[in-house]
Design a protein around this ligand. Structure first.
Ligand code: FES
Length: 148
């Protein structure tokens, strides 16, 4: 089978779909490879993600990845959420086909963008090196513009 049971489960019954009114942070990213879009909303209490919702205009793998990624960061400190990688999301889904790995990058980048938005809105100093600067890089560890 092309997709694992977990991918099918999170695709057909995605967790945390929707919008948070008055979010503390919002991140929206587009996938350079396919043009799909993901938006993540965060509620943050004392540096901990108390709630998270997502909207994805993307494929089944992107929906499953977003669903799993939001489950993995809910209730976690921001420092831990910032360490989430698309590879960890794919592993938690029991794998994605190689040509679908790029779909899981959306979730990682959208979470990082939402946390960055929270820091900026609240004037909180942060290490810019923790956030991908996709405009000026040709490749990075989490984004595989060069490959999948
Ligand atoms: Fe675009 Fe999967 S094909 S996110």
């Amino acid at each position: 089978m092309l997709y694992s049971k977990k991918v099918m489960d999170h695709f057909t019954h995605p967790r945390n779909v929707g919008v948070i009114e008055n979010p503390d942070g919002v991140g929206e990213v587009g996938n350079a490879k396919c043009g799909d879009i993901m938006r993540i909303y965060l509620k943050i209490d004392h540096d901990t993600i108390s709630d998270v919702k997502f909207e994805t205009f993307g494929c089944g793998s992107a929906i499953a990845s977003s669903s799993m990624a939001t489950e993995m960061i809910k209730g976690k400190p921001l420092s831990e959420a910032l360490e989430l990688t698309n590879k960890a999301v794919a592993e938690a889904l029991d794998g994605l086909p190689a040509h679908k790995m790029h779909c899981s990058v959306l979730a990682e980048e959208a979470i990082k963008a939402a946390i960055q938005n929270y820091y900026e809105k609240n004037g909180i100093a942060y290490d810019a090196g923790q956030f991908p600067d996709c405009e000026s890089c040709s490749h990075c560890a989490s984004c595989d513009k060069s490959g999948n």
